[in-house]
Write a protein that binds this ligand. Structure first.
Ligand code: EPS
Length: 383
């Protein structure tokens, strides 16, 4: 199972194409739209989210609510396109006066223009924009639908925004997702949520932006997905790459991550126990569900760090790409903070990685065969 997306932030639409999706997976378009709505929400979002009402239009690969084994194509229309038909036209004359020539520090603008020879940073920023993640969430909805069949559930929550953090969480996979969904910063701690909102208000007032950290977790996974044997197929390789592929992510931890590096082994490794109906399990989950490049049956726990959004209303110093003269970096409508949205994108990325790993281990042609293979494997593990 693989996916590719296309589309510019202010073009007509975003598209995701998924290949290798097994036949027979029930797809609930409303559930995909609900994830798209969750990605749009969050305190700190800008004006764009008041314009858009993201919905997935199914163009291929699904009949009567089930996948048919062919590539699944989903599109999400950009409502804002109507305001950009001149600047983003596929044909006709360029609107030269609309060029963006003051690259933003922290954005793809400068290196992208250097790399491609673009005279207008818009050629770069339109695709580098995190708007593209709407297509990933749509694709992730299909992956989630497959994983649901195996009893896998995925969630996320925000742990910090700027300097405002909630208390350390002993078991991130046990956080009450009901509380998370009630919080407009996706934080299960009401008091910390209030501090995070206040930090966003203060940042907005100062023309600033804020990053933060979030957890993504997945429970109900069989052990042995991924492999110890090949670098590129280690599951932690893929999970880290998937998280880092989200625009603005600067760090990924699995389980206790960096903190584990400072502790002795006896307090880091998770002791193994066995009981009849349950099989092998662990007394703790410092490893975040991954050992030796494979799932170990415990929940997968990933923490991701997002940098502050580069578009600043009080812009940093830059240099004009046309004149090479000093200039303030460009400003355009943006978000003050998009960490809650990024957490929802992280869920989609984890779903896509896990669904692919299931398809690789259990055969990917049809759901029925996959379910039979998963049941046989589970029965072998707990005879
Ligand atoms: C986004 C849409 C964008 C931004 C944001 C994410 O819309 P616009 O640029 O029209 O305001 O709100 O993009 C960025 C933060 C970025 O750096 O490009 C979205 O749909 O998530």
């Amino acid at each position: 199972m693989r996916y590719v997306t296309s589309g510019e932030s202010h073009g007509r639409a975003l598209t995701a194409i998924l290949t290798g999706v097994p036949a027979g997976v029930p797809i609930d378009a409303a559930a995909i739209d609900a994830d798209l709505a969750r990605r749009q929400s969050g305190y700190g979002r800008g004006g764009r989210m008041r314009i858009e009402k993201d919905r997935a239009l199914i163009l291929s690969g699904i009949r009567f609510g089930r996948t048919i084994g062919s590539p699944v194509t989903l599109t999400v229309a950009n409502r804002d396109w109507d305001n950009w038909t001149d600047v983003m036209a596929a044909e006709g004359e360029e609107v030269v006066s609309a060029r963006v020539t003051a690259p933003r520090p922290g954005h793809a603008d400068l290196a992208g223009a250097q790399k491609t020879g673009a005279l207008d940073c818009r050629d770069i920023l339109e695709r580098a924009s995190a708007r593209e993640t709407a297509a990933r969430v749509a694709a992730g909805g299909v992956a989630r639908a497959l994983l649901r069949q195996f009893g896998v559930s995925i969630g996320s929550f925000v742990h910090s925004i700027g300097a405002e953090e909630m208390e350390p969480v002993v078991d991130p996979s046990a956080v009450d997702m009901g509380l998370v969904e009630e919080s407009d910063v996706r934080c299960p701690d009401t008091e910390a949520s209030a501090r995070m909102r206040a930090a966003i208000d203060a940042a907005r007032g100062q023309g600033e932006s804020l990053g933060g950290t979030f957890y993504v977790t997945a429970s109900g996974i069989v052990p042995g997905l991924g492999t110890y044997a090949e670098a590129e197929r280690r599951l932690d390789t893929r999970i880290a790459a998937a998280m880092m592929s989200i625009p603005a992510m600067k760090g990924v931890e699995i389980g206790d991550g960096f903190a584990a590096a400072a502790r002795p082994g006896s307090t880091v490794h998770d002791e193994i126990v066995y009981d009849g109906p349950r099989g092998f399990y662990r007394r703790s989950n410092h490893a975040g569900g991954l050992e030796g490049g494979m799932t170990n049956g415990e929940p997968v726990v990933v923490r991701v760090a997002m940098k502050p959004i580069p578009t600043l209303m009080r812009p940093l110093a830059s240099v004009d790409i046309a004149t090479h003269e000093p200039i303030d970096a460009s400003t355009e409508r943006s978000d003050v903070c998009a960490v809650p949205a990024a957490a929802v994108v992280g869920e989609a990325e984890l779903a896509l990685v896990l669904a692919r790993a299931y398809a690789e281990k259990f055969g990917g042609d049809c759901l029925e065969d996959m379910l039979a293979a998963v049941r046989a494997y589970e029965a072998r593990l707990v005879p």
